[in-house]
Design a protein around this ligand. Structure first.
Ligand SMILES: C[N+](C)(C)CCCC[C@H](N)C(=O)O
Ligand SMILES: O=C(O)CCC(=O)C(=O)O
Length: 460
């Protein structure tokens, strides 16, 4: 586990900031302690007048329903209420939810607006409702589902070790995350080494924002093969698997020998590439010079910005930045909806950094003059943090080492170079690699498995 020394922050900021593992997004699990099983007993109550079911077992919630809502009173004293319509809409019985495709089978128009339970039972497997429909439809909801889907009010957030990230600075160079090519390409069946190695790679990409694959044969063909094993390659106007050098075959600085500051790629796509994968195939040096690779943890520097300059963090989280790719004949990329540099999930957790000064368009449309000034101050501050000795991790890639980057988090760049340099690689969609990781996690359960049963652990 990489634990980085505190960056050169002000004393005040030091107190409030600690690099290391921080929860950054939701997980499927919750602590078992809050839902220990018991010899819960089922009980029944007529619905109409608000009722309390007072089951004997202490670990089973109390349920009460009326014509519009169902209230769950948890053993820990907290209460949360559900609209009956919400519960009926989320029924996952075979009539409502296709058991194989995991898709909802009923449309909203068939749900009576006055739907309500006529009978309520609760036991350690969950809450069982019989509805006021003509067929006395029955629904059962695991307690874990109710705890997790609570919205009135929401209950504890579902973050655990699995979904936290490990923030890093320049000291990551002491022991950067890596996996072995031979494990990923393993064909042995028992234990499925390859699948577990791919999951280890994707977990490290999730935790650190990048990971090396060591000892990859330095050919385009075998690089494309190992990438394809990990996840399917995303096609763009650069093609699928690409090989590039300084020939300006594409109207982009990547196809030159210029240095490139820390940036994330494809900010000009509505859905920026999820993974950016590089393999330096050749750069004879000498006579060539330069061409080192730069990595910066955009989440780490965003965390610093939010600590040191919260107003700047807020502006970069709110003001939308146009981006474009216009340098190649026949390509005029410009997403119809610009996005801010920092994007957050519904729980306010940072999930994406979009940072590319070269491809940034004309800012300020719809902004106030103060916002224009404020944005430049904020952007300069973030740029300074990204360019600090503390944040920059420079590494000289060599043929044989593939670099897999979470392009939604970690920025990359390069130093200017001379000589003949050939780089290859590919993009993978964000949803695609996260899906691959979730499916492998489910298969191998290497990390804490959700205690939600099959049908209830999907669709969040
Ligand atoms: C990776 N490859 C050389 C194919 C394309 C590079 C695209 C670089 C572009 N400025 C961007 O940031 O998206
Ligand atoms: O050539 C390199 O090392 C990186 C090029 C780059 O930044 C890119 O392709 O986005």
């Amino acid at each position: 586990m990489i634990r980085q020394r505190l960056p050169q922050l002000t004393r005040a900021a030091r107190r409030s900031f600690y690099p290391g593992r921080i929860p950054c997004s939701r997980s499927l699990t919750t602590s078992r302690a809050s839902l220990t099983e018991s010899d819960g007993v089922s009980s029944n109550a007529r619905v109409g007048r608000p009722h309390d079911i007072s089951p004997r077992a202490s670990n089973i919630p109390t349920i009460s329903s009326d014509e519009s809502k169902t209230k769950v009173s948890w053993p820990d004293g907290r209460e949360t209420t559900f609209d009956n319509y919400f519960l009926f809409d989320h029924c996952r019985c075979p009539k409502c939810f296709h058991q194989q495709t995991k898709q909802r089978l009923k449309t909203l128009s068939v749900i009576p607006t006055d739907i309500h339970p006529i009978s309520v039972e609760v036991d350690k497997t969950g809450v069982h409702l019989t509805w006021s429909t003509s067929d006395s439809h029955k629904s059962s909801f695991p307690l874990e589902f109710l705890r997790r889907s609570a919205y009135d009010p929401p209950l504890a957030s579902y973050r655990d070790e699995k979904e936290s990230r490990i923030l890093w600075n320049s000291q990551i160079e002491q022991s950067p995350p890596s996996v072995r090519y031979t494990d990923i390409m393993s064909t042995e069946k028992e234990g499925d080494t390859s699948g577990r190695a791919i999951l280890k790679l994707l977990n490290r990409v999730h935790d650190f924002g990048f990971c090396f694959i060591n000892d990859v044969p330095a050919t385009g063909e075998e690089t494309k093969e190992v990438i394809g094993k990990v996840a399917h390659i995303r096609n763009t106007h650069y093609g699928g698997f690409w090989q590039f050098t300084a020939d300006l075959s594409h109207g982009d600085l990547a196809y030159s020998n210029e240095g490139l500051p820390a940036h994330t790629d494809t900010t000009y796509f509505t859905d920026p590439a999820g993974l950016q994968i590089f393999h330096l195939l050749s750069h004879p040096s000498p006579p060539g010079t330069g061409g080192a690779t730069l990595l910066v943890d955009g989440f780490y520097t965003a965390h610093l910005l939010s600590t040191l300059y919260p107003t700047s963090y807020s502006l970069l989280s709110r003001l939308r930045i146009p981006a474009h790719a216009s340098g190649t004949e026949g390509t005029m990329l410009r997403p119809p909806l610009s996005q801010p540099s920092f994007r957050h999930d519904e729980k306010g957790q940072l999930v994406q950094v979009r940072w590319n000064n070269e491809d940034r368009g004309v800012i300020g449309q719809g902004w106030t003059p103060d916002e224009v000034k404020g944005w430049y101050l904020a952007a300069r501050r973030y740029d300074e943090l990204n360019r600090s000795e503390d944040a920059e991790y420079w590494v000289q890639l060599k043929p044989g080492t593939v670099l897999v980057i979470d392009n939604w988090r970690v920025m990359h760049g390069r130093s200017a170079f001379t000589g003949s340099r050939t780089m290859c690689g590919a993009y993978v969609g964000a949803d695609d690699w996260l899906s691959r990781r979730a499916a492998l996690t489910k298969k191998y359960e290497i990390r804490k498995k959700s205690i939600l049963v099959e049908d209830w652990s999907v669709g969040w």
